[in-house]
Design a protein around this ligand. Structure first.
Ligand code: ZN
Length: 205
């Protein structure tokens, strides 16, 4: 029996032919610099964040923007890109869990080669460079692994779960171990006569 297999998900199926280079806000045209070593151009762009960047307690959310100061320098082998990035992450303090929005500032430099030489990780496609993977990696790697709202955040009260930084006069209460609480009902035993007859008792006999 031959089953006719369609595309069950109904998604558009890309053909297997070579995918054409796709331009996005992260692809920058460098046609004016190509094969003109010594030429240089600076460009400032604001890039939309489409997919959130980062998986930890803080990330740069979709809908944010990244301000990128870019410098493109034409070299013999390709285009040298220098980028300074600034954006704002959002998430929670790893100690007290309040919302925080730490600023992110990171830079990188990378050569986009004309040829697909193994010595280079990135290539000029047609007359564009695609900065998306580099920007994503730089931003994600710059995010704090253990973000805090302030360096000395005291965290949460282990009893109440309240944020200790909100109660500066807070003094931790001394809590008796519940396993000892039953002993509090016994009077302290000052009278030792019960178990230990005094020497006087013995002499009276
Ligand atoms: Zn905190």
């Amino acid at each position: 029996m031959v089953a006719l297999v369609g595309n069950p998900s109904g998604e558009r199926v890309e053909s297997l032919s070579v995918t054409k280079f796709r331009t996005t806000p992260y692809t920058i045209n460098v046609y004016d610099l190509m094969h003109r070593p010594g030429e240089m151009r600076e460009q400032t762009v604001t890039l939309p964040v489409v997919d959130h960047m980062g998986e930890g307690l803080v990330s740069v959310p979709a809908g944010a923007t990244i301000d990128a100061d870019l410098r493109f320098e034409s070299m013999h082998e390709g285009i040298l890109v220098t980028a300074e990035l600034a954006t704002t992450a959002s998430g929670v303090c790893g100690r007290c869990l309040i919302d925080i929005a730490p600023p992110v500032q990171v830079d990188f430099q990378e050569l986009f080669a004309y040829s697909s030489d193994e010595a280079f990780d990135f290539e000029v496609h047609d007359d564009h460079v695609d900065l998306e993977p580099l920007i994503r990696d730089a931003v994600v790697l710059s995010l704090p692994f253990q973000p805090v709202c302030r360096p000395d955040c005291p965290g949460l009260d282990p009893e109440t779960g309240e944020r200790l930084a909100d109660q500066p006069e807070h003094k931790p209460r001394e809590i008796a171990d519940p396993r000892w609480s039953a002993l509090a009902n016994f009077p302290a035993s000052e009278d030792t006569s019960a178990g230990h007859p005094s020497p006087a008792d013995r002499e009276e006999r």
